[in-house]
Ligand binder design. Structure first.
Ligand SMILES: Nc1ncnc2c1ncn2[C@@H]1O[C@H](COP(=O)(O)OP(=O)(O)O)[C@@H](O)[C@H]1O
Ligand SMILES: [Mg+2]
Length: 270
């Protein structure tokens, strides 16, 4: 067997819906692909159809078909903008956390096959703190939380951090401030979140940066395009590139946890 190839697994979450998780996932993915990374996005939002709507993609197959043994994971991958690949949403992602032993083995195989072909797996999670969201966060090496300057976003984000910390001992979270006016506002928002978490929990929050509020994001969503592609010179796009630069410098996984197989194993353990 070849030596497992380190894959950066990043779960994007935040508690509240509508904060920008999917936009950050997709555009960060494209920005990392621009840097030569091979990126796959796992659309794990089971609620409303998510990335497929965001990008106007029609998927013929999804993860459910892999679990049913009808095809391989590579048959499910859809080509997205900028060279990223997408594993489309399905009830399959929820089922990923509730599988039989046979299915576990199948899924692990499916992801290990993929392992040689990707560098970064971004998991775009659903809103809320359901069991399946928590499993994805637990299984991922990096947890990237998207937060907006709204009381509900901050409290939801706090609730998520608290749950992950109390129940699973996760103590490191990366924070992106979305829909803020500038970096200063992003810092202020980050400080707000840090104050509550530091007071009550033993966690380290790491500030990654901001995506400014930008009409280009809204226009791109309406056109079912990624803003980085539709408006490459928009403020949001340069901010995403700055984020990607930082993400690209994050340490690669040194623990088995960073390998795709182990991602799936941890997912299933939950
Ligand atoms: N930086 C931004 N500037 C302007 N609007 C934004 C920005 N980020 C998100 N939005 C708006 O918020 C909506 C929800 O974003 P989305 O990424 O789908 O959130 P989530 O996945 O968290 O539910 C988008 O359709 C867009 O209209
Ligand atoms: Mg979403």
């Amino acid at each position: 067997m070849s030596r497992p190839h380190p894959v950066q697994v990043i779960a994007v979450s935040g508690g509240k819906g509508g904060v920008g998780k999917s936009n950050v996932s997709v555009n960060l993915g494209i920005a990392l692909a621009e840097k030569g990374r091979r990126v796959v996005i796992l659309d794990a939002d089971l609620g409303l159809a998510n990335i497929d709507v965001l990008l106007g993609i029609k998927a013929k197959r999804n993860l459910q078909d892999v679990l049913n043994g009808e095809c391989d994971l590579k048959d499910v991958l859809v080509n997205g903008p900028g060279g990223i690949k997408i594993v489309p949403a399905s009830s399959g992602t929820q089922r990923m956390t509730q599988l039989s032993a046979m299915e576990h083995a199948g899924l692990i195989n499916a992801f290990s096959e993929l392992g040689d072909q990707i560098d970064v797996l971004i998991v775009d999670t659903a809103a809320g703190i359901s069991e399946s969201v928590v499993s994805f966060l637990r299984a991922s090496q990096e947890v990237l939380l998207v937060v907006c300057d709204e009381p509900t976003s901050i409290t939801d984000c706090y609730a998520l951090i608290k749950l992950m910390n109390r129940d699973y001992g996760t103590n490191r979270f990366r924070i992106v401030a979305n829909q803020v006016r500038n970096d200063q506002e992003g810092r202020v928002l980050f400080d707000k979140l840090t104050r509550v978490t530091e007071r009550f929990l033993d966690v380290a929050l790491q500030y990654v940066g901001i995506v400014p509020y930008d009409e280009a994001v809204k226009k791109a969503v309406q056109r079912q395009k990624a803003f980085l592609e539709a408006y490459p010179r928009a403020r949001a796009s340069s901010a995403i590139r700055t984020l990607a630069q930082k993400v690209d410098n994050w340490p690669l996984p040194t623990t088995p946890r960073g390998h795709l197989e182990f991602f799936v194993e941890r997912l299933i353990e939950a």
